[in-house]
Design a binder for this molecule. Structure first.
Ligand code: JHZ
Ligand code: ZN
Length: 414
């Protein structure tokens, strides 16, 4: 790919060429392209942001693919900045180690970020290798002693891993399949890397939750695909893997963790059959389900803009919490600028001092909420509401209130 972006003409799973519209969120900057205040006058890259649905396999996907080098070589999202993920990944490593690995066996992680999951595997005496294209984030993991190659996950990288480290008992991939255009290449690399009884474990945000909860803000350029089980199953089968288990998890607004292996190696579980039946019943192949979703997206935007405008008119101060990727879809699609939100607080040091893309709201350390005590705080990291709100009991006790934007903006009481 030489251009900055390309339109999607063929479905990345089935090759189909006919698509139905899902939702159009306009033209927005890249969700993690935070702006250096000194460069604020310079033009920002912006790309069309719309989701479409493949008529033949049902995969919901973006209508364009932005060049991955632009989005992922330098990255500002660091998984370890979100405290609740530490427990999530510790339990994850425990389960995968107990079921599929043993001390000394190799676990490879695709899109390993700063090593947040490699670390709990390493603590269990499993040999680990991270594959993470972002050079600055891979460096954090390497500094912590978690070997990480700054590469995209491609067959030649898998071959090198087998040569140097041997075959993998498990390959794990969290919130990364949605980011990869060449899924055939991923399956090819898995075939090279997995031991005969090896398992592929992946977590992806679940399309059924996105639709049911109107989580339109999780649509941004990094997320090329919005997976349901049926298209995923088909993709895995095309690549010589069999889906044999699935778990539905609340993380990131609703995700599925899928387990796949070489055909016949692992007994398909009853949970998989139940989940497939539930998905079939959810009507993900029905046009009216998507049309109603698109209507709720507009209503959600209008409700947020109305609420923030009313608060401004009433002289209230408003900040936000979580300089999230999804927050940038929300802010840009709704046109929420610094006249409505004074600042965004976030725990990630790499994000501090920068401005949100497009809307140019300053990002500050998380304690700014306690120091400034805005009357209202919009939860852009609403997926962590259950842990954030209790942590801010003192803020709420002093009269501060949170606004939860999903599925429709509402003030959360104490
Ligand atoms: P969070 C990320 O999206 C990145 P984002 C990525 N694109 C992806 O695929 C999805 O996850 C699934 C901060 N924070 O996890 C830390 C607080 O300030 O919702 C993070 O910057 N206080 C790969 O960016 C952000 O909020 C807190 O208490 O939409 C959370 O980002 C907590 C818990 C987090 O994902
Ligand atoms: Zn398709």
């Amino acid at each position: 790919m030489t251009a900055l972006y390309e339109p999607v003409t063929h479905c990345r799973i089935c090759g189909g060429e006919s698509f139905l519209p899902v939702v159009d969120l306009g033209t927005t900057p890249l969700a993690n392209a935070l702006v250096d205040p000194e460069r604020v006058g310079e033009p920002e890259l912006a790309f069309p942001l719309a989701a479409i649905r493949c008529v033949s396999c049902g995969l919901v996907q973006l209508s364009v693919v932005v060049h991955p080098e632009i989005m992922f070589r330098h990255y500002l999202y660091s998984s370890s900045a979100s405290q609740p993920l530490l427990a999530h990944f510790d339990a994850y490593a425990e389960e995968v180690t107990a079921r599929y690995a043993s001390p000394g066996s190799l676990v490879v992680e695709v899109g390993s970020n700063d090593g947040v999951l490699l670390a709990p595997f390493a603590r269990r005496q499993v040999r680990v290798l991270g594959i993470e294209p972002s050079t600055n984030i891979a460096a954090i993991a390497n500094r912590a002693g978690l070997e990480t190659w700054s590469e995209f996950f491609e067959p030649h990288v898998a071959r090198r891993a087998v040569r140097e480290r041997g075959e993998a008992a498990a390959v794990v991939a969290n919130n990364v399949l949605a980011h990869i255009h060449d899924l055939g290449g991923v399956l090819e690399a898995l075939d090279v890397l997995l031991a005969p009884a090896g398992v592929f474990v992946a977590e992806v945000p679940y399309l059924a939750d996105l639709l049911a909860q109107t989580e339109f803000d999780t649509i941004y350029h990094e997320h090329l695909s919005y997976f349901a089980l049926r298209p995923l199953k088909r993709l895995l089968e095309q690549g010589g893997l069999e889906l044999f288990d699935v778990r539905h998890l609340p993380v990131h607004g609703g995700s599925i963790r899928i387990f796949a292996g070489r055909p016949g190696r692992h007994q398909p579980t009853p949970e998989l059959a139940v989940a497939l039946a539930a998905e079939d019943a959810a009507g993900l192949d029905r046009g009216d389900v998507y049309a109603e979703f698109a209507e709720r997206v507009v209503a959600s935007r209008d409700a947020l803009v109305t609420l923030l405008s009313e608060l401004r008119a009433a002289g209230k101060s408003v900040a936000a919490l979580g300089a999230t990727a999804k927050g940038n879809t929300l802010l840009n699609y709704c046109g929420v600028r610094s006249d409505l939100i004074a600042f965004v607080a976030d725990t990630t040091a790499l994000k501090h001092g920068r401005l949100t893309p497009g809307m140019h709201i300053p990002i500050r350390p998380e304690r700014a909420i306690l120091d400034e005590r805005p009357d209202y705080t919009l939860l852009l990291a609403w997926n962590y509401a259950a842990t954030i709100i209790p942590r801010f009991a003192a803020y709420i006790g002093a009269g501060g209130r949170f606004i939860h934007p999903m599925p429709i903006a509402r003030i959360v009481g104490p």
